[in-house]
Design a protein around this ligand. Structure first.
Ligand code: FAD
Ligand code: FES
Ligand code: MG
Length: 280
């Protein structure tokens, strides 16, 4: 059982939770993740480790309410408990000193970008964070990102603030106004966004890493749920990733595999909403 020490509602759909987990706080590295069960009868869901504090013995996770399990987690309040939190899992981000690093995040991916941007900056790089949100009201963690990166700029789908368009269109516009290419790019977000960002940086000839989000079950390399194809080879994202060379990832297969359980996910959510509606 892991106690929720603090909760912030970043948007009506996205919650920031600081959770007691002293051993994870001690050992985690940017790019790694945890697997949680909000309740003891919940399924397991993977979440990025956004921050850790060894003094408070706590970690931070940022959760978007998507289907049943993430909604149960987002519905938890301060003082309540998560049934379990396992981690740190996966490999840390490959952080090196290269010069200028472009960190690109979309949606809740912006939260996942935060520790990676901070690690690149701490390694002596100049870090630009290009972030995408649906509208000004959906922008999250802007202040925290400004602490982690040298430069933080936003694109919104509806143009309510920043660049009007999606974050990949923003990447193209941003680069067009610059004299030189970044040395490296890191992308995190929805699959179509990562695929489009990888296609663009391939044209630029800029090395790019993507943090992948396949369905994960055990997180230990045993179940095969998180199988992805990278450079024609089968890889298990939970133990060999979640970060891979974005130019080598088979995003079509990833998109197919993440949508494999949609009917069951829709059914689980409908049953959950029905029960919540009946207050049972
Ligand atoms: P469901 O309705 O069951 O599923 C909705 C969609 O979520 C599915 O179609 C599928 O694409 C995805 N999904 C469902 N179950 C899983 C699963 N077990 N593993 C992976 N994806 C799944 N989300 C955040 O909000 N914040 C994060 O920091 C974050 N970090 C992640 C880090 C990694 C390494 C991975 C793989 C995923 C991460 N996700 C994160 C995505 C998060 O795990 C899913 O949104 C969550 O599992 C959805 O579960 P659900 O029951 O609410 O939704
Ligand atoms: Fe089971 Fe990766 S989640 S092998
Ligand atoms: Mg689910």
């Amino acid at each position: 059982m892991n106690r929720i020490l603090k909760k912030r509602e970043l948007t009506p759909e996205i919650a920031w939770l600081e959770v007691e987990a002293p051993r994870i706080a001690k050992h985690w590295k940017p790019g790694q993740f945890i697997i949680i069960r909000p309740d003891k009868d919940s399924e397991r869901i993977p979440l990025t480790l956004v921050a850790g504090d060894t003094t408070r013995g706590s970690i931070v996770m940022v959760i978007q309410a998507l289907g049943k399990t993430s909604r149960v987690a987002v519905g938890k309040q301060e003082g309540e408990f998560l049934a379990d939190v396992v981690g740190p899992l996966g490999e840390a981000s490959a952080v090196e000193k290269v010069g200028q690093v472009l960190c690109v995040g979309g949606g809740v991916g912006v939260a996942e970008l935060l520790p990676v941007a901070g690690a690149f900056r701490a390694a002596g790089n100049y870090v630009t964070a290009l972030c995408g949100a649906r509208s000004a009201a959906h922008i999250i963690l802007d202040a925290e990102l400004k602490q982690a990166a040298d430069e933080v700029v936003w694109a919104t789908d509806d143009g309510s603030t920043g660049f009007h368009g999606n974050v990949v269109q923003f990447m193209a516009a941003w680069q067009a106004s610059r004299p030189a290419l970044p040395a490296l790019a890191h992308v995190i977000g929805p699959i179509p966004m990562m695929r489009a960002a990888a296609n663009l940086t391939r044209e630029w000839g800029v090395r790019t890493f993507a943090s992948l989000n396949p369905v994960m079950i055990d997180g230990t390399g045993m179940c095969g749920g998180c199988r992805v194809t990278v450079g024609g080879k089968v890889r298990f994202a939970c133990v060999e990733g979640p970060e891979f060379d974005a130019h080598q990832v088979d995003f079509d297969e990833l998109a197919l595999r993440t949508s494999a359980y949609r009917p069951q996910e829709r059914q689980a959510l409908a049953e959950h909403q029905c029960k919540v509606g009946l207050n049972s």
